[in-house]
Design a protein around this ligand. Structure first.
Ligand code: ATP
Ligand code: MG
Length: 174
């Protein structure tokens, strides 16, 4: 799977709608401290279903919504759209949107879907919120220091079998 485009609106520091084209190959994000580099990576993880406060650097779910500054009022929603092309050349358009007091919702190619479906879609495509393809600050050190079980999870995600675990957990919870 290849991410082609990312659209953000009201997500963390990206208050005004922003659109980024992502070219094939390795993409690096550079810029001064606080310009939103990490927020960008978090947007990719978030639209893929990430909720953990640790990887989102936030307390509550709604903390991803632009909180306002001295000169700008807060927003009441955050939306991230990720456009990708899977290995069969099929276009994939994933939207996640959160509104204050209303929780978050997902759409894939225009259809409402469950968080679980989004997680499976990315897990099967050997990517996802924990994908080794998304390298944030400190990640390299983390890989080196990882416990064997954590390192195995990284390898499984890279190998594209993480979806099996998602399905297994799902089956066990029924
Ligand atoms: P560094 O080089 O220091 O790692 P960075 O480019 O990774 O910086 P980020 O951490 O992505 O920067 O962005 C930090 C900025 O995002 C801060 O100014 C912070 O106030 C802002 N920010 C984060 N969440 C929100 C939010 N919900 N509403 C408004 N601004 C936010
Ligand atoms: Mg950063």
């Amino acid at each position: 799977m290849q991410i082609r485009r990312l659209k953000l609106s009201g997500f963390k520091s990206f208050v005004e709608p922003a659109e980024l084209r992502i070219e094939p190959g390795l993409t690096g994000v550079v810029g001064p401290n606080g310009c939103g580099k990490s927020n960008l990576l978090e947007a990719i993880r978030w639209v893929m279903g990430e909720n953990s406060p640790k990887s989102m650097r936030s307390g509550g779910m709604e903390d991803v919504i632009f909180a306002g500054t001295e000169t700008r009022p807060p927003r009441d929603f955050a939306e991230v759209v990720l456009q990708a092309v899977d290995d069969d050349g099929e276009e994939l358009d994933v939207t996640r949107r959160i509104e204050r007091g209303a929780g978050s919702a997902y759409r894939v190619n225009g259809h409402d879907v469950r968080a679980k479906d989004v997680a499976l879609t990315f897990a099967d495509a050997a990517t996802g919120a924990h994908s080794p393809a998304l390298v944030s600050q400190g990640k390299i050190a983390q890989v080196i220091a990882a416990k064997p079980i954590e390192r195995r999870m990284m390898l499984e995600e890279a190998a594209g079998i993480a979806g099996l675990h998602v399905r297994k957990r799902d089956a066990e919870s029924k």
